[in-house]
Design a protein around this ligand. Structure first.
Ligand SMILES: Cc1cc2nc3c(=O)[nH]c(=O)nc-3n(C[C@H](O)[C@H](O)[C@H](O)COP(=O)(O)OP(=O)(O)OC[C@H]3O[C@@H](n4cnc5c(N)ncnc54)[C@H](O)[C@@H]3O)c2cc1C
Ligand code: SF4
Length: 273
């Protein structure tokens, strides 16, 4: 495998981007991802925090420790992964991490791998989705993604500017991808508005180093409060109101997540009131 380390955004064509490598390396090792060219983007992706601007190369560890960063995002980073992973993992890479669905990670020929079955729907799905789970029942694993969507963050890539919420799409028969990122599109920077109050609450199997069973981000602005959930749908899931939880379609093994979501939504709204 060839490793490119470009110093200019124009210098590469093709290949798989790698930043901290905490996701890319395990996927390569397990044979889920393969490439002849790895493009180390650390020289070209901005890193650091300046007011509302956050370089996509900023690590989760840097974000959790900076008081300029809204509370919901700081807390989502602090509760993610382990200190070692947060010191390596970038926010850009975090937003693009793949599902933790064990069938997908074990290379079952499921819908997300291009097949015609979702093995989780009939099989083991304790950690899976309670919304939008009819095609693929995977649960989006990123804590920071839910926080950024709740905060109304936008992002700049080498080709466009878009709200972070538009980075994500539900997979369909025609397109199994869960992001709208084009091949060769590089996330460069985020712009994260400062709310009046925000929070991120997370239920997990352990108190540390665990993906969200349910994560709830709440951000209050002058005219509205936005709720977004992690771990409940194939993408970060925005709720128009707490009552929207009534529209959940849990699988037999994920019904417990709905009860957790109700409790966390109530607590998150109290916290930002
Ligand atoms: C054991 C473990 C536990 C974890 N627990 C949690 C958790 O509880 N909550 C949570 O939210 N996350 C968790 N994570 C995920 C972790 O936070 C991410 O793996 C990390 O943030 C990814 O960042 P990275 O820089 O290492 O990405 P990389 O591995 O370098 O890249 C990840 C993906 O993003 C792409 N990429 C990277 N940078 C860019 C860019 N700038 N533009 C376009 N594409 C890019 C890569 O091509 C790849 O597809 C966990 C990971 C592990 C391994
Ligand atoms: S939940 Fe999605 S990733 Fe998991 S088996 Fe079903 S289709 Fe595949």
């Amino acid at each position: 495998m060839k490793l490119l380390q470009p110093s200019d955004v124009e210098e590469f064509a093709g290949g798989v981007f790698i930043h901290g490598g905490t996701e890319v390396v395990p996927l390569l090792r397990d044979g889920i991802l393969s490439t002849e060219t790895l493009v180390d983007v650390r020289e070209i992706v901005p890193r650091g925090i300046d007011g509302t601007r956050i370089g996509a190369g900023t690590t989760l560890g840097e974000l959790e420790a900076d008081s300029q960063v809204p509370e919901a995002l700081r807390e989502a980073c602090r509760l993610a992964a382990s200190p070692q992973l947060r010191n390596m993992g970038s926010i850009g890479g975090n937003l693009l991490q793949a599902t933790r669905c064990w069938y997908w990670r074990l290379k079952f020929p499921c819908r997300l791998h291009g097949g015609d079955t979702c093995h989780a729907q009939e099989g083991e799905h304790r950690e899976h989705a309670i919304f939008a789970n009819d095609f693929c029942a995977s649960a989006h694993p990123s804590d920071p993604a839910a926080a950024l969507v709740a905060l109304g963050a936008t992002m700049r890539t080498n080709g466009r500017e878009l709200p972070v919420t538009e980075l994500y799409r539900l997979p369909t028969d025609d397109d199994r991808d869960v992001t709208t990122l084009a091949a060769g599109e590089l996330i460069l920077e985020l712009d994260v508005p400062q709310p009046e109050a925000s929070t991120y609450l997370k239920a997990m199997d352990r108190q540390r180093w665990s993906f969200p069973l349910v994560g709830v981000a709440a951000a209050r602005f002058t005219d509205r409060t936005q709720l977004v959930l992690a771990g409940v749908a194939p993408i970060p899931w925005a709720l128009e109101s707490p009552e929207a939880l009534d529209q959940a379609t849990p699988l037999p093994g994920t019904a417990y997540k709905l009860e957790i979501a109700r409790a966390l939504v109530r607590r998150a709204l109290e916290a930002v009131a």
